[in-house]
Design a protein around this ligand. Structure first.
Ligand code: SAH
Length: 350
C-alpha cells in the first residue's frame, strides 16, 4: 500500500513541497484540495508534481463504495473501501443543531463485546490518522459541504474499532481535523467513545484536547459487565471511575456513560438503581440506548417501556440522563453491521 497524504499536517506538507523543489504556495493548494475531499489527481497542481505524488501516495485512500439511506429518518450509512481493499463503515446523521458523522478507527476490533458486530472477525488493522480524517472529508464533499460551509459539523468516534487501541493515530486525527484552514472540526465537537482502557484514559486527560469523553459502561458490577464485555476482566469499574475522576480533575470536563439496554441482562429496576448509586454525585451524564439487535448475536433489545422505566429511575435519583433514539435501524445502523453482512456474503476481496 502506498502512503496516505492526508496523514500529513500542514507543516509536514510544507516540508514535502520543499523536498520536491516546488513553490511554497503549493502546500496551501494541496492542503486545501485534500481538505475539500478531493483526490490528488483532482487538485490543480503541476503535472510533474502530481505524478511524483501519485507514485508515492494513494490518490483516494477512502472511497465510498455504497450508500444506504434510511427511509425512517434520512440517516445515511456508507460502506467505504480502503486502498488495500478492506472495508469500513460510517454513518451520517442530521440533527437540529448540526450534522454528525460517526467514523471508524480500526478495521474490525479486538475488544470482543458480545453485543457488537464490529468485533465479529477480530481486529484486522488500525486506520491511519488520514484514513480516519478522509471518511469525514469525502462525506462532507458528497453532502455538498465545503471548508466554509461544512456539511459535517460534529464527529463521533463510534464506528468500528476501539479508539484507545489506536491511540496515536486517533490523537493525530483529532489535531488534524481541527487544524486552521482545514475542515476545522473543533475537539469540542468530537466525541470519543471507549470501552474503558484505563491507562489510555489517564493519558488522554493530559493531552489538553477538549473532546467529549464517553465510556461504554453497560453494567454496574464487574461480574455483570464481564458477561458482555471481556475488557471488564482487565479493568474494573472502580478503576474506570478513578480514571474518570482524574480526567475531570485535569480537564474540568464532564464525561458521559453509554449504557445499552439489553433485555434480560441489564435493564431491570435493580440495575437502574445500582447504576444510579454508582454515578450519583459524579460530574457525568448517562446516555441510554436500546440495543440495536445484531443478527449474528443472540442478545435482544430492551422494550421501550423498560427503557423509559430505567430512565425514570435515574431521573428520580437526580441523575442527568437521556434515552437516545436509535437512528437508521432499518439500514444496519449499529457498529459493524454493514461490514459484517458483506463479510458474510464474501463480496469484497478481503
Ligand atoms: N469501542 C468504542 C466505540 C464503539 S461503538 C466503545 O466501546 O465505546 C460506540 C457505542 O456503541 C459503544 O457504547 C458500544 O458499546 C455501542 N454498541 C455497540 N454495538 C451496539 C449495538 N448492537 N446496539 C447498541 N449499542 C451498541
Amino acid at each position: 500500500m502506498k502512503k496516505i497524504l492526508q496523514d500529513l499536517n500542514f507543516t509536514e506538507l510544507e516540508e514535502l513541497v520543499f523536498f520536491y523543489g516546488e513553490k511554497k504556495y503549493r502546500a496551501k493548494q494541496l492542503f486545501e484540495g485534500l481538505m475539500q475531499g478531493k483526490r490528488i489527481s483532482d487538485i490543480p497542481i503541476s503535472a510533474t508534481f502530481r505524478e511524483a505524488l501519485l507514485a508515492k501516495f494513494e490518490d483516494e485512500p477512502v472511497k465510498i463504495r455504497e450508500t444506504f439511506v434510511s427511509k425512517e429518518d434520512g440517516t445515511k450509512k456508507f460502506l467505504f473501501e480502503l486502498a488495500d481493499g478492506n472495508l469500513i463503515e460510517g454513518v451520517f446523521m442530521r440533527y437540529k443543531y448540526g450534522n454528525t458523522q460517526c467514523v471508524s478507527t480500526q478495521v474490525g476490533c479486538r475488544m470482543g463485546c458480545k453485543f457488537c458486530a464490529s468485533t465479529l472477525g477480530g481486529l484486522v488493522r488500525n486506520l491511519t490518522a488520514g484514513e480516519i480524517l478522509s471518511q469525514i472529508l469525502v462525506v462532507n464533499r458528497l453532502e455538498g459541504g465545503n471548508l466554509k460551509d461544512r456539511a459535517v459539523t460534529n464527529v463521533v468516534l463510534m464506528g468500528s474499532g476501539e479508539p484507545f487501541d489506536n491511540y496515536d493515530n486517533v490523537i493525530k486525527f483529532i489535531k488534524n481535523a481541527s487544524a486552521e484552514g482545514g475542515i476545522c472540526i473543533s475537539p469540542r465537537n468530537v466525541s470519543l467513545s471507549t470501552c474503558g482502557l484505563v491507562p489510555q484514559m489517564k493519558k488522554f486527560a493530559e493531552e489538553g484536547l477538549p473532546v467529549n469523553l464517553t465510556i461504554s459502561l453497560h453494567a454496574s458490577s464487574d461480574e455483570e459487565r464481564g458477561r458482555t464485555m471481556p475488557v471488564a476482566n482487565a479493568y474494573s469499574i472502580s478503576e474506570i471511575m478513578d480514571a474518570c475522576a482524574y480526567y475531570f480533575k485535569k480537564t474540568g470536563r464532564r464525561y458521559i456513560f453509554e449504557y445499552t439496554l439489553i433485555a434480560g441482562e441489564n435493564c431491570d429496576k435493580e440495575h437502574a438503581e445500582a447504576l444510579a448509586k454508582l454515578v450519583k454525585g459524579k460530574p457525568c451524564h448517562v446516555n441510554l440506548i436500546r440495543l440495536n439487535e445484531v443478527k449474528e448475536r443472540s442478545l435482544l433489545a430492551a422494550d421501550e417501556k423498560a427503557a423509559y422505566r430505567f430512565l425514570g429511575i435515574l431521573e428520580k435519583n437526580g441523575i442527568s440522563a437521556t434515552l437516545r433514539r436509535s437512528l437508521g435501524s432499518d439500514i444496519g445502523g449499529a457498529c459493524g453491521q454493514l461490514r459484517a453482512s458483506y463479510l458474510e456474503k464474501k463480496a469484497p476481496p478481503i
